[in-house]
Design a protein around this ligand. Sequence first.
Ligand SMILES: [Zn+2]
Ligand SMILES: [Zn+2]
Ligand SMILES: [Zn+2]
Length: 108
Amino acid sequence: MAIEIDCEHGDAVQDVTPNAQGCAQCLAIGDRWVHLRMCLTCGNVGCCDDSKNKHASGHFRTVGHPLVQSFEPDEEWIWCYVDDAVVGEAPTLRTARRRGRSRRGERS
Ligand SMILES: [Zn+2]
Ligand SMILES: [Zn+2]
Ligand SMILES: [Zn+2]
């Protein structure tokens, strides 16, 4: 499954699986998050910058993995923390991509 990254950090993308279904660091301290992001280098799931603890960008600052994708089921964007921009699209994690809408209505 090829993921196209529109910046120079595409090499950071690995074939990852999410390490949790929520932000493990928030769960550990009993806190909440707004949205989740998944690191495309190691699969670390962290909370977004709208969340109080901002663990996803904290992960970038700690270990330097630049690319995350949204971990929300209906969002497909990839974010680069270095470029501070959306740099690509990823297949959704938990929902299959909608099939083409070209199914013909069959009438008898
Ligand atoms: Zn980048
Ligand atoms: Zn968190
Ligand atoms: Zn990572």
